[in-house]
Ligand binder design. Structure first.
Ligand SMILES: [Zn+2]
Ligand SMILES: [Zn+2]
Ligand SMILES: [Zn+2]
Length: 288
């Protein structure tokens, strides 16, 4: 029987862990201990029997993430069949360049992107070379229109509010034969969304949600103002969704290096687990 595996290949905010030029406790620990490192948020959807895989978001860590997926699932030399992009920020897009002539030199890999993202990729260097040389083939995502990737699963883009300087931002529903997964790595605030996160969460079996910041304390020690980088706080999200933890498995991902729940022995992590929520880990796999 064919199965569909959702492989969580990255769980950090765009800058990763360690974060460049940061020496907070989490970053120092990650510099010294490779097991403590986290790569930028991304997912692979793997069909082991069909020997195929699909990618959601092309991070700056794609080279490493891709190698791990290919080795783990015996897909050596097998390039991803499709790429789906959430938005144009630096944690979600630059890995696309690895498909170019100086890298893999791929042929016609379908890249699903929103209209603004498509324009960005087609009209601006260095991205434009990828379409000119047919390394990629851009296909347009339309809000709420499911893509029937094959008979086993669908990917449905949902627009979310996020500081959209260069592109629109999508979340994705990934519906496998057995489970419905809602993936929202980046969103400004739940209240600004035209959908209700509580209702969306009720429809999901598994949620992977924006866990960039735990509380306003996160950034105080590195002198960045939380107001200039809006994300829903984990503490707020937990209050909103607390009553759903018995029916939906809720993971946090896209963790900023300053987030105290990164520390598996920390008080904040223990409290989160006690409340019935989970932290996504690089390499975690879920059969959907
Ligand atoms: Zn991000
Ligand atoms: Zn740090
Ligand atoms: Zn972003």
């Amino acid at each position: 029987m064919s199965k569909v595996i959702l492989s969580i290949i990255g769980t950090a905010q765009d800058g990763g862990l360690p974060h460049p030029n940061c020496f907070c406790e989490n970053c120092k620990c990650a510099i010294k201990d490779p097991n403590f490192r986290r790569t930028a948020s991304a997912l692979a959807i793997v069909l082991p029997q069909e020997k195929e895989w699909h990618l959601i978001d092309a991070t700056p860590d794609l080279k490493e993430q891709m190698g791990k997926v290919q080795l783990k699932y015996h897909l050596e030399g097998k390039i991803m069949r499709n790429i789906f992009l959430t938005h144009a920020h630096m944690g979600h897009l630059p890995g696309l360049l690895l498909l170019g002539k100086e890298g893999i030199n791929s042929k016609h890999v379908p890249v699903f992107a929103g209209t603004k993202m498509k324009n960005l990729l087609v009209n601006n260097a260095p991205w434009s070379l990828l379409t000119k040389l047919s390394n990629i083939l851009i296909k347009e995502l339309k809000n709420n229109e499911p893509i029937h990737v094959d008979s086993l699963f669908t990917v449905t883009p949902i627009l979310v509010p996020h500081r959209n300087e260069f592109s629109e931002t999508f979340a994705f529903w990934i519906n496998g034969p057995n489970k419905r997964v809602l993936y929202i790595p980046d969103i400004d605030q739940w209240e600004e969304w035209d959908l209700d996160i509580v209702e969306a969460c009720k429809k999901a079996d598994i949620c992977l949600l924006d866990g960039t910041f735990h509380s306003p304390k996160d950034l105080s020690h590195i002198k960045r103002d939380i107001g200039e980088i809006p994300h829903p706080l984990m503490t707020t999200t937990m209050e909103k969704l607390q009553h759903l933890t018995s029916q939906t498995t809720i993971y946090f991902t896209h963790l900023n290096h300053s987030n105290p729940t990164i520390d598996p022995d920390g008080q904040e992590r223990k409290e989160l687990l006690k409340r019935g929520f989970f932290i996504a880990e690089d390499g975690l796999e879920i059969i959907i």
